[in-house]
Each structure stands twice: as C-alpha cells, then as structure tokens.
Design a protein around this ligand. Structure first.
Ligand SMILES: *Cc1c(COP(=O)(O)O)cnc(C)c1O
Length: 355
C-alpha cells in the first residue's frame, strides 16, 4: 500500500532526496568512505558547503549583504539567539501561536517585549491584521506559518524596524522578498531536510549592534566568519538539505513549490468545505497551505478516532491534530505530491459514504 506522510515534522521528503542521502551515508562521492565518518574539513565536504550556500541563496533569492548559515539547536535555539544578537532595549512580537509565544518567552530574558497583537483569545484561529509596530523597537518578530493552528501569512509584511521571521514550516514553499527581512530562520525538518540542522538568513549590517557580550557559539558572526564550520556541523542533515534544494530547483524552484502548495490546498480545503462530516478550524483568509487543520462537525464528533483509524488503514499517516486544536492536521509540505492530497480526499469521501 502506498503511504502518504502527513506528519507535521519531522516530515515528508522526496524519495530521491532520501535515497541520495542514504547513498552518501554508505559511500560519499564514490570515495569509499561514508559521509558520517569523513572530516568536515575534507575537500569533498567543503565542496558541498560551498554549493549549498549558492543553491540556498539562488533558490530563495537572497540578495547581496545577507549571509546564510547552518546551525544546530533547532528553531528553538533561535528563539534565544535572536534577542541575544539583536535586542538592546525592546522588541516587538506578533503572537500567532505556541511557537511565537515560546520566542517571546526567551526574548523577555533580554529586554522589553511588546506584543503588538495576539489571537490567543480565539485559540489562534486567525492572524491579527491591525497592529502597530513601535518605531523604536529593535526588531519585529513574526511566525509566517503557524504549524499547530494551520494559519499562514503568505505575504511579506512592511515593517518600520528589521523584520525577523520564523519560517520553520513554510520555507521554500513560496517566493519570498528576502530584502524585506532582517533575518529568516527555521528548523529544517519540515520543508527543507531531515532533522538536525537550522537555517539562518541574516542581513549582515544588523549584526554587532547590541552592547552585551555574546558567547562565541551564540554569536551569528562566529558562524558567518567560519562558513558554518566554526565547530563540527551536522553533515548528514546539511547534505539532505543540499539534495532537497537540488530537487526543488529541478521541480522549477519556489514558484513551482507555490503552485504545488496552492493546488494541494485547493483540493483538501475544497473537500473539507464540501464534506458534511468535517469543518476547517482556521479562518478562511488565513488558512495555511502547509498545515491543513480540520475537525469533525459537532454532530459527528464521536467518529474522530474511527476516521483516524480508517485513514491510517488506507495509508494516510500522521493525520492526528495537535492536542491544542484536536481533530486532524494534514501537513502538506513541499515534498507532498498532489496525488497525496487527492488520496486523502478519496478517503474522506469514502468515510462520508459509510456514515
Ligand atoms: C517546529 C517549529 C519550531 C520548533 O523547531 P525546532 O527545530 O524543533 O526547535 C519552531 N517554529 C515553528 C513555526 C515550527 O513549526
């Protein structure tokens, strides 16, 4: 049976990316040694680091004056590194979910945090639109895709201060005007690679402005200066990102990823809205293309477990919603083919016919 992985993260990757990565884990570049055992200072590895820098910048459209680095620690460590490196007095945050809240919690250790708006009272079912960013904030932090609640900000905001975005779960799913951001970061394990590496895109001129001392490993400049190799980098996850970026380019780049995402979303949301058993949880205008959240209509609430089991039996894996939303979450990241979305719809229709 063909299985489709709708898990929210770690998540689906293209078969050919996993294949190329596992091949390299056995024999890297035909050198008779595994990627896992060679020195990160070896020439063969340096070539990958040089190429991924070019590939990443090309694919996302990163302009001059920005650096791309690969770190450990996940997006969660960035919640602390961002204020460490940028927060002198005060920072603005848009509270659109659990991840945004976690980022705010860390920032409060470094200075004043202004929550410009929040949708917490509505269980984060929408993205606030009316807010003002204080002109004297050191930066404005947003989460472009709220993985847990299935809301997404698919445009690049204008901000009077440097805009910093957690793009963990929507990176490379659409064209982004990087020049509008001071920094973009995310854990790789949703849309880019296997778990174990964090990407950071940072505007160089914003660095070195805070007055505090920054521990070496937490200072972005350390990693920029050393090309992400100040210490031993997570070579296998980076290699999987490298393979996936090549895959994204072969598909036609971020424009093609955006088309795929829109097509999948149309198919799945279309069925949620049509099917009498289900309803979506996020406000329509803020619906995420990446994490499609839905629940059973009230009169069918008892069928929730049955549907999960039924869907699993048909090869639909990882559909259980996050506990703070309940119901179901069909994560449709870059690698999810339209066939996966269509297969899910078939399962929803079959289940409806049974009830
Ligand atoms: C998954 C996720 C995180 C946490 O990422 P880690 O790499 O596990 O620390 C942060 N932000 C968003 C939006 C996420 O989806």
């Amino acid at each position: 049976m063909k299985k489709y992985n709708f898990g929210a993260g770690p998540s689906i990757l293209p078969q050919e990316v996993m294949k190329a990565t596992s091949d390299a884990c056995v024999d890297f570049n035909g050198i008779g040694l595994s990627l896992m055992e060679i020195s990160h200072r070896s020439k063969d590895w340096q070539v990958i680091m040089d190429e991924i820098d070019v590939l990443f910048k090309e694919t996302l459209g990163v302009p001059e004056g920005y650096s791309v680095i690969f770190l450990g620690g996940g997006a969660s460590l960035e919640f602390c590194m961002v204020p460490y490196n940028f927060l002198e007095k005060k920072a603005a945050y848009l509270n659109t979910g659990v991840w945004a809240k976690k980022a705010m919690k860390e920032a409060k250790l470094f200075g004043e945090v202004v929550e410009v708006a929040s949708s917490a009272d509505a269980n984060y079912t929408f993205i606030p639109k009316d807010f003002e960013v204080p002109a004297d904030a050191d930066y404005f932090h947003i989460t472009t895709n709220n993985t847990i609640y299935g809301t997404e900000l698919r445009k690049d905001l204008d901000s009077p201060v440097p805009l910093i975005a957690d793009m963990s779960s929507d990176i490379f799913s659409r064209p982004v005007d990087v020049s509008k951001y001071g920094m973009i970061y995310g854990g790789a394990q949703k849309n880019l690679a296997m778990a174990g590496v964090t990407f950071v895109v940072v505007k160089n001129e914003l660095l070195g402005k805070v007055s505090r001392q920054i521990p070496t490993m937490l200072d972005y400049r350390t990693h920029i200066d050393k090309g992400s190799m100040f210490n031993t980098p997570p070579v296998v996850p980076i290699y999987s990102a490298y393979q996936n970026l090549k895959w994204i380019q072969r598909q036609g780049g971020v424009e093609a990823m955006a088309k795929r995402a829109a097509d999948r979303a149309e198919v799945v949301y279309g069925e949620i809205d049509r099917n009498r058993l289900f309803k979506g949880t996020a406000n329509e205008e803020d619906r995420s293309y990446m994490n499609i959240c839905f629940v059973m209509n009230d009169e069918y609430k008892d069928l929730e477990k049955d549907f999960l089991e039924f869907a699993l039996g048909k090869g639909m894996v990882g559909l259980k919603g996050h506990r703070s939303v309940g119901g179901f979450r069909a994560s449709c990241y870059n690698a999810m083919p339209i066939e996966g979305a269509k297969a899910l719809v078939e399962v929803m229709k079959e289940f409806e016919a049974k009830h």
